[in-house]
Design a protein around this ligand. Sequence first.
Ligand code: HGY
Ligand code: MN
Ligand code: MN
Ligand code: MN
Length: 428
Amino acid sequence: SSSFSSSSPFSSLSVDTQNLRKQIDELSTFSDAPAPSVTRILYTDKDVLARRYIKNLMGLAGLSVREDAVGNIFGRWDGNEPELSAVATGSHIDAIPYSGKYDGVVGVLGAIEAINVLKRSGFKPKRSLEIILFTSEEPTRFGISCLGSRLLAGSEALAEALKTTVDAQNISFFEAAKSAGYAKDHDDLSIVFLKEGSYSAFVELHIEQGPILEEEGISIGIVTAIAAPASIKVDFEGDGGHAGAVLMPSRNDAGLAAAELALAVEKHVLDSGSIDTVGTVGILELHPGAINSIPSKSHLEIDTRDIDQERRNDVIEKIFQSAEMIASKRGVRLSEFRIINQDPPALSHKLVIDAMQSAAKELNLTHKSMISRAYHDSLFMARVSPMGMLFIPCYKGYSHKPEEYASIKDIANGVKVLALTLAKLSSF
Ligand code: HGY
Ligand code: MN
Ligand code: MN
Ligand code: MN
């Protein structure tokens, strides 16, 4: 078994920051938006190029690489006792439209570099170490967040739903997956589900996507819980008509119904009694979308979260009641009110928290416990393995926009803590 003690070879953990910075920049070029923005959507050509880039780096790190039916990618370093359940780490590389180049990427490129750091230090793991690149953490193409990790965590409902899911261009999930070289001979995605006990621990390195660490000058965030996300799709339908000829009293404007519901989302969230409740209408589409035509259809997508799931569910109920009230008041039809996901929060496991804290201490890095208001693949890995997350500061907490930035120094700190955490978790 591998020896691991405080006088371990880890005092000399060295991160190849030059290479890591170059990789982050190179990966960001696989994008459907001009720099500095990044757009990288599931199964597009740019996604496939980015996947190939990561698989190559995994190979160069001496990992054995495999992919599952939906494109979750696994890079494995066999330990001295490969029959034991492995320790896993990873994140995502898909990017929502016009976003940045660090969200998810830090946890994938950083994980590969953490393996290289451990190899350079002469460490040999007892338990195998596995890096996971989760397919489609972002909800952009098929409307469901954490698609790959939900399936790994055994979501029967999602495996079923994907059989009939299409994207905005009416391309089916399976057609898109096949175009990227996946889902060849399967239409039963339960083959993606992880076997019981696949991992003894899972850790994800990620930028904070919030301002706390930078404001307080702290190097490492030890995530203790991940907030409970939910998303809802809503459609209103009215008669539409000519913007000049139809007088106001005889209108049933689907666009105004959507606008009123968006403001109702804000009201219910603000009235929840807690600053931890958030709500966003990030998508609002009007049909036919002509200045002189009264909207006959409107489509909104609502994202609402809280660290307390009861409070969040109460907000969802109030949003539904508002949608019905607005529809009847305005004489429009509420033709769809579909809750896409309504997930519980996840707690990090003490085993992983202790390993992350002692790693940060040994590296003399300031650290603090905190919750994650963003969701991550870790939210679902927590269902099948003890989970933990490491945060590093990011510029003004910016994320999901091109100004997103993390310094290579902060990234290197995260990589070192991740490397040491993996070493600890794989040694017993
Ligand atoms: O939206 C989220 O919380 C994640 O960054 N996709
Ligand atoms: Mn994101
Ligand atoms: Mn992310
Ligand atoms: Mn719709």
